[in-house]
Design a binder for this molecule. Structure first.
Ligand code: NAD
Length: 259
């Protein structure tokens, strides 16, 4: 029997088969979780409905997190299928493309900063706020982060502060919601080619750099992220909360791998 058998998990952020959330859905489906999905807008509706079929799911709900009432409505609609559930995957981030290249100090605008933080960080706590009453004990909430939260990385720019905010959010939510038996963690993924990452200037060079420097001498896959997410949503990880866990081939610990 799969180790997620009997768990109901809501997955956000699938927009293609390259999406990290798609790898998470595959891993969770393998472990027999029951899944539901959100899609950002009507352009993605049919695609996500087709993907959901691959995972034996009929639950696909629209939610654009830039509209706070969409988040409220999402959980109202979900409650028609599930009165309670066991896990949320927040795999959503956005910053305007003009913010993701060049000189951070010159490029950043208040509007860009606000959008990046609202979509990539605030939306996580807002979702938790709206679904808190629907979460079973032993539920697990997961978001996706990146090393740019802690290190200055070329072109990642305003997404760095947004991911730092997201990681602080993980700790604050974990501390408040822990007494309810609910765990909250972030997976900090190494760079992977997806629709979102292709908006970052010189992303290919970033991948090549990681292959040279990471202890494992390679980049990671959405399957590897998915496997950790499945573990973190299972009772196997019952003692883990408030953590930022790296799946990056060890890149975050490396400096001079050879001289
Ligand atoms: P992706 O483009 O496949 O997924 C990003 C998702 O965010 C899309 O499904 C998109 O619809 C959704 N989204 C954006 N704005 C939204 C909004 N207003 N409302 C609802 N949904 C919205 O890319 P991905 O790389 O799979 O990104 C998923 C997460 O992983 C993001 O948080 C990203 O920062 C993080 N991450 C990615 C990498 C990488 O290299 N790809 C590395 C570390 C962390």
């Amino acid at each position: 029997m799969g180790f997620l058998n009997g768990k109901r998990i809501l997955i956000t952020g699938i927009s293609s088969k390259l999406s990290i959330a798609y790898g998470i859905a595959e891993a969770m489906h393998r472990q027999q979780a029951e899944l539901a999905f959100t899609y950002q807008n009507n352009k993605l509706k049919n695609r996500v409905e087709e993907f959901a079929k691959n995972f034996d799911s009929k639950i696909t709900l629209q939610c654009d997190v830039s509209q706070e009432n969409n988040i409220k409505l999402l959980f109202l609609s979900l409650s028609e299928y599930w009165s309670k559930f066991d896990g949320l995957i927040h795999s959503i981030a956005f910053a305007p493309k003009n913010q993701l290249n060049g000189d951070y100090v010159n490029k950043v605008t208040y509007e860009g900063f606000k959008i990046a933080h609202k979509i990539s960080s605030y939306s996580f706590v807002c979702m938790v706020k709206e679904c808190r009453m629907m979460l079973n004990p032993n539920s697990s909430l997961i978001t996706l982060s990146y090393l740019g939260s802690k290190r200055a990385i070329p072109n990642y720019n305003v997404m760095g502060p947004a991911k730092a905010s997201l990681e602080a959010n993980v700790r604050y939510i974990a501390n408040i919601i822990g007494p309810e038996g609910i765990r909250v963690n972030a997976i900090s993924a190494g760079p992977i080619r997806t629709l979102a990452s292709s908006g970052i200037k010189n992303f290919r060079k970033m991948l090549a750099y990681c292959e040279r420097v990471a202890p494992l001498r390679r980049t990671v896959t959405i399957e590897e992220i998915g496997n950790l997410a499945a573990f973190l949503c299972s009772n196997l990880s019952s003692g883990i909360t408030g953590q930022i866990i790296y799946v990056d081939g060890g890149f975050n610990i490396a400096t001079m791998n050879e001289l």
